[in-house]
Design a protein around this ligand. Sequence first.
Ligand code: ADP
Length: 282
Amino acid sequence: RDLANVYLSLKKLDWKILESIFKNMWDFEYVPSHAIIRETNLSEEELEAKLKKLASMRLVENKYTEYLGTAFTFKGLSVYSLKRLVAAGKVEQLGSLIGEGKESVVYTVISQGKEAVLKFHRVGYPSFKKVKEKRDYGTLHYTVLTVRSARREFQTLKRLYGHVSVPRPIAWEGNAVLMELIDAKELYKVKLENPEDVLEMIIEEVKKMYELGVVHGDLSQFNILVNEEGVYFIDFPQSMEVGEDGSEEILKRDVENVLKYFKKTYGIERDLKQTLEEIKKG
Ligand code: ADP
């Protein structure tokens, strides 16, 4: 709701400023006002007043050093990413909030006439504020990391879709990933009648992913959806390439999480080592 209201209250000039921050966030932790002035033709005073207004709406965070600099907040980047999806004709309407985790905020939307899911990445916000990435030319703002995380998820979904049971990726802009809405429930919320079959289906999907060279990286009862038709994997920002340093341990952890859950909940015993061998055998 709040996001929709904020969206509707923004004027053309506000969007231009947000656009300028987006373009420059890769080069500056706090985008200097002169970079924005160059792109918007505002005077110093006009821009400062606008930035104060945007900060009071919690869309940007301003910082005075030798100059005035500004950066997105999670909310600011999210609303700007939504704008880009609307401009690209991918989103017509924002629906309701369906999930709010540490790493993301998830909404339903209407996309090309159909209900879809819009996931805004926030990679551990606000704790990630401290994890700043050093670059030759300085430091990046944490919101840049949320864009990378969204891109990673989108690219992984694109690679897997059609082979592995994952939501169809529709679009990616900024920290937002637009994807198909899966009408299913998280594994931990359902009482399965055929847990053996479902576990087998999950292992089968892990195996298919492995064959495509991908390890999920965060597989658990919270990131597996189930319905009458089958199982679906979601939430890919931590995915790894098979063969990448540490990927074998991560695969082991993924499978271990699943086996432990089925043991605890349904008393099913399945050997970890044997299951891993089966997955890697091809
Ligand atoms: P997080 O990393 O924050 O947990 P998830 O990708 O797991 O983010 O999404 C959070 C919740 O949103 C999920 O547990 C699920 O309920 C819902 N969700 C996410 N993607 C979809 C989707 N494509 N279809 C249906 N529900 C989804």
